[in-house]
Each structure stands twice: as C-alpha cells, then as structure tokens.
Write a protein that binds this ligand. Structure first.
Ligand code: B12
Length: 291
C-alpha cells in the first residue's frame, strides 16, 4: 500500500492510466522506476499530488484511506466543525476520522484542521459536562478519536532525511495530549522531524532533548499550568539553553498567556497552529543553526 502502480493510482483517482503516466513523465507526480522500467509512486507522493491538484479520490480504499470514503458518503451538510461535533458527540469514530482525512485530502493544512473544526468541535464537547450526565464520557471518547485522527494524518506525512529537528510537549502537571500532538503534526507537515514528548513532560526531559537532539525548535504547549511561576521559570531556562545553540522556543496553548513570559529574542508566543506553522516555515528557510 505504501508503493502504488500507475494502474492502482489511476483506479483510485478515476482517471486513465495514460494520464497518470503523463503526469509522472511531466514531473507533476513524483515517481520512480522498477528494474523492469515500470513507474511506481510512493503513497505520500500520491497524496501530495491529490492535495496540490485538488484531484478527486473516487476509491480512497486503493490509497489505504478507506475512511475518507465513509465520511464523504454521508451528505456534506452543515459546516465541518458542526459535522465533526455531531460525529464526536454520537461516537461515530470512523466518520470523525474520515472527515478529517477528507479535509486533508482536499488540501486543507493540518494547522487549519486543528485551528478550525477540531478546536471548535472540542470546545463544544467541553461544555457537555455541564449539560448532560454522559458529558465527561463523551469528552474522553471524543479526545481519543481526535488523537487517532491526528496520528493518522501524521503517518501520511513524508519524512525527509536530514530534516531539521523539532521537539516538544506539554509541561509538567499538564495532562493535555492533543495540542502537543497537533503541534508535532503541524511541524512534520512543515518539513521538520518532529519528536513529541507528549503530556506532563518534566523540565529535565525538555533540557535533555535540547542537549541530545540538537533541535532547531522546541515547542511547549501549555493547556494547564497549576504552577505558572515555576513553568515560566523552566521555559525561560530552556530558552537560555537553546539561545546558546542558535535554537528557538515556541510557546502556545490555552494557558500560555497565564505564564506572563518575558520577551526574549528566541522565545516566540503564538495563539494558533497557523502561527506555529508560519514561524516554523521562517526557521526552515533560514540558514541552518550552528551545531
Ligand atoms: C479534552 C479535554 C480534557 C481532557 C484532556 C485529555 C487529553 N489526554 O488530552 C482531560 C480529561 C484531561 C481534561 C481535564 C480537565 N479539564 Co478539560 N478540556 C478538554 C477539552 C474538551 C478539549 C481540549 C483540547 O484538546 N482541545 C483541542 C486543542 C487542539 O485545542 P486548544 O487546546 O484550544 O489549542 C489550540 C491553541 O491553544 C493552539 N495551541 C495549542 N498548543 C500550542 C502550542 C504552540 C507552540 C502554539 C503556537 C499554539 C498552540 O492551537 C490549538 C489549535 O487551535 C477542553 C475544551 C476547550 N475549550 O478546549 C476542556 C477544558 C479546557 N477543560 C476544562 C476543565 C474544567 C477540566 C478539568 C478541571 C475537569 C475536571 N473537573 O477534572 C480537568 C483539569 C485538568 C488539568 N489538570 O488541567 C475547562 C477549562 C475551563 C477553564 N476555566 O479554563 C474546558 C475549557 C472545558 C469547559 N468548557 O469547561 N480536559
């Protein structure tokens, strides 16, 4: 499934095999050749082509993306955040994952998916505990389904050898998993090798990652800060360690403003995944940091 023939891809897109061959030969579609001279297309390159050209995928199962078909078979009514909320609230996990996959195939960036439908659907899910007895059950189940969907998107992103490293997580005492996984996926989409340390990551683990992985960027996603002064001190210390290496810290998340971080040249605060993506793009285009 990771390597496709021109015939498989033609069937997946509902076009002729000769069109696929022509696009491959024109360079619009990245392809390699077997020893026998047959064109072969990596699934990641097929997905990149679909996103860039807004091609329709008529048989997503041939790309190993059957769930995208589950959601598109459902009538496309209402906005995407509303649909995602309905799927998550009712426990329609395959539909929820399929919708996010479909949005990605249609060309939406990972950042736009997270800042848009995922954030707003979960904001509504987060109010259910006040309104209905099964609200907490719904919230936990919905979070797990979103984690699955974002993991799935992450696995579709190609990793390039020699890519700059980004590492990050949520600080100590912060149990939120999804925002940090989201940041990792956004950065992977921007061409970084992104190492996610996940929720509740002690300051020492951030420092070790800064030493051992030589990252260009460290993200800290702060959704809950039970000890804001301590978390702020630890982030400032991390930024100083990284400054000596020409690397940067990006901080964001629901509770980041409560930290009242000082202005430092290599400390960037952001309120959205789109801002993180824009900052990362700038860094990736800049000259490599000294080792
Ligand atoms: C899922 C969830 C949980 C789960 C988390 C599970 C997990 N493993 O991740 C669990 C069950 C742990 C949980 C617990 C609690 N929760 Co809760 N939770 C949520 C919920 C529904 C979704 C959060 C989420 O993941 N959103 C999706 C992400 C992608 O969106 P985001 O966090 O907004 O992040 C965006 C930006 O901040 C930014 N961003 C994020 N990280 C970064 C990083 C960088 C570098 C940058 C640039 C940007 C950036 O981009 C993101 C996308 O736009 C929210 C509802 C909400 N409004 O957010 C409530 C919510 C945050 N929780 C709430 C509450 C009350 C609690 C509890 C106190 C409940 C309880 N009684 O136990 C506990 C407290 C836990 C703690 N120690 O803080 C309240 C907080 C109210 C307040 N005053 O702040 C909310 C708002 C729900 C509500 N409406 O009441 N929760």
């Amino acid at each position: 499934m990771d390597i496709l023939s021109t015939r498989d891809l033609a069937a997946a897109l509902g076009v002729s095999e000769s069109s696929i061959k022509r696009w491959a030969d024109d360079g619009a579609l990245r392809a390699s050749r077997t020893a026998g001279g047959h064109r072969r297309i990596a699934r990641a390159d097929a997905i990149r082509f679909v996103r860039e050209t807004r091609a329709t995928v008529v048989r997503p199962q041939l790309l190993g993306l059957a769930e995208a078909g589950v959601a598109s078979a459902d009538a496309r009514t209402g906005d995407d955040a509303e649909r995602l909320f309905r799927y998550l609230e009712s426990g329609a996990a395959a539909h929820a994952r399929g919708l996010l996959l479909q949005l990605y195939l249609e060309g939406l960036s990972v950042a736009a998916i997270l800042d848009g439908p995922v954030r707003s659907a979960l904001e509504r899910i987060g109010t259910l505990w006040r309104l209905q007895a099964d609200g907490v059950f719904c919230e936990h189940r919905a979070t797990e389904v979103c984690l699955q969907a974002i993991h799935q998107l992450r696995l579709l992103l190609p990793s390039e050898p020699g890519a700059p490293v980004a590492v990050g997580g949520a600080p100590a005492g912060d149990p939120y998993f999804l925002p940090s996984l989201g940041a990792a996926t956004v950065l992977a989409g921007e061409g970084f090798e992104a190492v996610n340390l996940g929720a509740d990551t002690p300051a020492d683990a951030f420092e070790r990652a800064a030493e051992g992985l030589a990252p260009r960027l460290v993200w800290v996603s702060v959704s809950s800060a039970p000890q804001p002064e301590r978390t702020a001190r630890e982030i400032v210390a991390l930024a100083r360690t990284l400054a000596a290496r020409g690397a940067h810290v990006a901080v964001g998340g629901r509770a980041a403003a409560a930290l009242r971080l000082p202005l430092l040249p290599n400390l960037q605060a952001g309120a959205s995944m789109a801002e993180l993506a824009a900052f990362a793009r700038g860094l990736a285009q800049a000259a490599p940091a000294p080792a």
